[in-house]
Design a protein around this ligand. Structure first.
Ligand SMILES: *[C@@H]1O[C@H](CO)[C@@H](O)[C@H](O)[C@H]1NC(C)=O
Length: 661
């Protein structure tokens, strides 16, 4: 079925035309879209404004560890999908090296591949997007992501958003772009809006400190070079909402408490309850080799409440000369213990359930420097329908009762897409759920051989855990990895982890009863030396560290499918302290049915004999005919495959349908 976008129908135009202007004179893509009533309907395409960020550090002249060789750019557009409708989209790539000759993908392809069949030309394609989410449009082959040029890809992301349920309240104060103070208080009990017409760039770091009962709205297309924080107290009822951009662009002053100390190195960093962040795009366009930080962290379980005159330094947790660092007496916000493990007695404005826990939805986090992490929404936090593209740990389920669902991750040259924590303070860490995660790309094979230093493998799930908290009962379900990845699980528990918070005796908590129900890799791991699947508990716990503080990985259950096979014990380096590892093969409920394709037994097709384009000239060896069909089905430029059952070679073909030669 091919569609015809030239048939005109009534258009419901809810796209942000004109509001978003390309930052660069030469656009890398043109995007047109319109709202249609169904996958067979059409509408009148309208040009959509795009924005672009490129690697902000000039890697040609600056030798900066922070870039980890990551180059390229992301062009993006925010689109609105009204309930019950679909979007018809036409994309043209202007990037010289991009063509559909080797394939055309709109990822996550598991979501898009049933939405009809697009029209794909050499540098142009039109297709439908029938659900909300974040979609990568790629004129590139499947194999492209296995090699270094992938680090320089010019990406196009289409963010398909819902209509906002919280409009800008009438009477909201328009935030001025001329007030030059470095710190501006917002609230309490007030509503604000960043206007798309203003130029929010003050030439230096700018912080908005948010207070109770405060709404901060972004008009569609508003671009604000600032950060929004509150780490000196716990606040309640904060809404940050809108399809605008919050951009950390300038170096932070060193160590100003509540502004730029290590607890506050976040584009959004807030302590409190009922904090909601909706729709925002968070970027870091700082062109210098910048310090570490996060896109978003609410109730960070590794940082204290800021106290005037005594900035928190993350280095306080690094002393490796004693069983445990000598912790200062620092006041917890919502953690059960203070930093020195004394009891916290003040839980004002702390979430007690998902009802008053923080929610992060339709947020997009895109940063370009090592040490700029993604999203951690803390205890009772929910992160949903969001996108993370970073060169460090992407999502960080580090705390009890978190929910991370429907998240698309593009992991760049370093980091764990799903990171299990480093330096959580001592308190139970249980019952978090991570479900429906689409890792559309994973370039961390680029650094996996040398990082982390302990050879524990920088895989899709894992970390080097150095906390006295016992982590238990986490459930991960349906983690889909679409392209090249180093390995599945690389998890180590270590009392000498670089960032650590062991108990006062130097004990690290065990990780108990984690269940990974469905971890799917569309391709075999990208082979390389110095990395791989790895599991290790603490290799030599102190004598006083017993029971759940002995640092073991206990009863880890992994149901997986790596290009048709389940992970086996032989796939792992298992060092010490791993008890009750349970591995099984998973079935991908979203795998295509063979019945959709017609079998022509004993036939071939090639250019001149049915096919118009031989997408895979040489073919690729795969494990099964089903996997061969999967390769074709997720590539929207592919119409059929030639499968050689003897050698396992799979070749994709395009053509008008006259196959079976
Ligand atoms: C993810 O989103 C889809 C709709 O796009 C929905 O059907 C599914 O239930 C969501 N997953 C979770 C875990 O809520």
């Amino acid at each position: 079925m091919r569609m015809h976008p030239d048939v005109l129908h009534l258009t419901l135009l809810l796209l942000f035309t004109n509001l978003l202007q390309p930052t660069y004179a030469t656009a890398k893509f043109t995007v047109k879209a319109c709202v249609a009533t169904s996958l067979t309907d059409s509408c009148t395409l309208q040009t959509v404004g795009t924005k672009i960020v490129a690697q902000p550090v000039d890697t040609s002249s600056t030798k900066c560890e922070d870039t980890v060789d990551q180059k390229g750019s992301v062009t993006w557009a925010d689109l609105i999908l009204p309930v019950g409708k679909v979007l018809l989209v036409e994309v043209q790539t202007k990037v010289a090296s991009q063509t559909s000759g080797g394939g055309f993908f709109v990822r996550p392809s598991r979501k898009t591949r049933e939405w009809g069949k697009p029209t794909v030309a050499n540098k142009k394609a039109s297709f439908y997007l029938a659900d909300k989410g974040q979609f990568s449009v790629e004129f590139a082959s499947q194999e492209y992501w296995q090699a270094e040029p992938a680090l320089s890809f010019d990406a196009l992301m289409l963010f398909v958003n819902p209509e906002l349920v919280n409009p800008v309240p009438s009477g909201a104060t328009v935030i001025s772009d001329s007030d030059s103070s470095a710190l501006v208080d917002l609230g309490p009990n007030k509503n604000y809006v960043f206007s798309a017409d203003n130029t929010y760039d003050w030439g230096a770091d700018k912080v908005f400190k948010v207070h109770d009962n405060t709404e901060i709205h972004f008009e569609a297309g508003a671009h604000v070079r600032a950060r929004i924080v509150q780490t000196e107290k716990k606040v309640e009822n904060v809404l940050i909402s809108g399809y605008g951009t919050l951009d950390t662009h300038y170096d932070l002053e060193p160590d100003v408490v509540g502004v730029s100390d290590d607890a506050t190195h976040q584009t959004i960093g807030i302590y409190g309850k009922n904090i909601r962040v909706v729709g925002l795009t968070i970027v870091n366009t700082n062109p210098t080799c910048a310090a570490w930080g996060y896109c978003l962290n609410i109730n960070a379980n590794w940082s204290p409440i800021g106290v005037a005159g005594d900035p928190f330094e993350a280095d306080e947790l690094q002393d490796q000369t004693m069983p445990a660092p000598t912790y200062k007496t620092r006041q917890a916000h919502c953690q059960e213990k203070n930093m020195d493990d004394s009891d916290n007695t003040n839980f004002d404005n702390c979430p007690t359930s998902h009802e008053d826990g923080q929610t992060v939805s339709f947020v997009k986090c895109m940063t370009w420097q090592m040490g700029q992490d993604g999203i951690n929404a803390g205890k009772y936090g929910t992160v949903e329908n969001s996108f993370v593209r970073v060169i460090d740990d992407a999502i960080k389920p580090w705390d009890s009762h978190g929910v991370y669902k429907n998240i698309t991750i593009w992991q760049q040259a370093l980091g764990w897409p799903i990171n299990f924590g480093w330096w959580n303070w001592n308190q139970p860490d249980l019952g978090t759920v991570v479900e429906d995660i689409y890792v559309i790309h994973n370039h961390n094979w680029h650094t996996s051989a040398g990082w982390p230093e302990t050879a524990s493998g920088q895989c899709v799930i894992g970390g080097i855990y150095g906390s006295g908290s016992v982590k238990s009962g986490y459930k991960l379900k349906n983690i889909y990895v679409e392209t090249a990845a180093s390995c599945a699980v690389g998890l180590e528990i270590s009392k000498s982890a670089y960032s650590r918070h062991p108990t006062a005796d130097g004990c690290v908590g065990s990780i108990v009863g984690i269940e990974i129900d469905g971890l799917f890799f569309d391709e075999e791991f990208k082979t390389g030396t110095g990395y791989g699947n790895y599991l290790s508990g603490e290799t030599s716990p102190y004598g006083t560290c017993t029971g759940d503080l002995s640092g073991e990985i206990k009863n880890l259950k992994i149901s997986s499918n790596v290009a048709g096979r389940g992970l086996l014990v032989s796939d792992f380096t298992v060092v010490a302290g791993v008890i009750g590892l349970d591995l099984s093969k998973a079935v991908d409920g979203q795998a295509v049915g063979l019945e959709k394709y017609v079998l022509y037994e004993g036939k071939n097709t090639y250019v001149g004999a049915g096919a118009e384009v031989e997408t895979d000239v040489n073919g690729v060896v795969v494990g099964s005919v089903l996997q061969c069909l999967e390769r074709c089905h997720c590539d929207w430029s592919c119409d059929c495959v030639v499968w050689d059952a003897v050698g396992g070679e799979c070749s994709k073909r395009q053509g008008g349908g006259n196959f079976g030669i």
